[in-house]
Design a protein around this ligand. Structure first.
Ligand SMILES: N[C@@H](CCC(=O)N[C@@H](CS)C(=O)NCC(=O)O)C(=O)O
Length: 207
């Protein structure tokens, strides 16, 4: 079912974010809920040559990879009928045109309360020209450490996502995300003395 048909039927649309959308939605919405989707794992396997990187040095950003055993935590935003046109237009430019993501509908399960909702999600698939695919944590970290784009540094993207998970989903183990964050920290702590034990401020300080 298309987003516009859903909105006709239900009078609001839910949009699930698992990457930059968890900390930087920048579109209008009525309310948000923390929760997860099943059947996908989050991986830094997509390339980005606009927001966090450029054509010469594409950044590493997240996408979802199908995996029956996995679930991915993030935020679902409820967008009302009068907000939907502007929100989808904004997201289409940011995610589809500039980011290379496509849309799918997934079932979102909120952490609190009950009742799952069908949500729109932006996913980047391996057939995309800027898809980068798997690499070791150390290789991904090395790439993140040196990339910057029109909206900021690739490290900021990583750190804000890790902070979101630590703060809102402390019970969730996200090995891929936290191992990459540690690998980036190791790059900088090898280069200079650690001033602080706070991972976020240390990494945001270096960019
Ligand atoms: N679609 C995902 C991941 C998308 C994502 O991180 N998109 C990047 C595109 S490369 C973005 O919008 N970046 C804006 C920014 O980093 O400032 C989400 O649900 O959050």
């Amino acid at each position: 079912m298309k987003p516009r048909d859903i909105i006709k039927e239900k009078s609001s649309l839910w949009i699930f974010g698992y990457g930059s959308l968890v900390w930087k939605p920048d579109f209008e919405y009525k309310r948000r809920k923390i929760g997860y989707i099943r059947g996908y794992k989050r991986r830094f396997w997509h390339g980005d040559d606009f927001h966090r990187g450029d054509k010469e040095k594409p950044a590493r950003v997240v996408t979802l990879i199908a995996d029956e055993e996995a679930c991915t935590w993030g935020v679902a935003y409820e967008v009302t009928e009068c907000q939907v046109e502007a929100s989808l237009q904004y997201l289409n430019m940011r995610e589809v045109v500039l980011g290379g993501y496509i849309t799918e509908m997934v079932e979102f399960i909120p952490k609190e309360g009950h009742g799952s909702v069908l949500s729109l999600v932006y996913i980047a698939t391996p057939d995309n020209p800027i898809y980068l695919g798997p690499a070791s944590d150390v290789e991904i970290a090395a790439q993140i450490a040196i990339c910057r784009g029109n909206t900021g540094h690739n490290i900021e993207y990583l750190v804000r996502l890790a902070e979101f998970m630590r703060h809102h989903c402390p019970e969730v183990e996200d090995e891929h995300l936290f191992s990459i964050e540690t690998a980036v920290l190791n790059i900088f702590s090898n280069c200079r003395e650690l001033k602080s034990n706070d991972r976020k401020s240390l990494l945001l300080e270096v960019i």
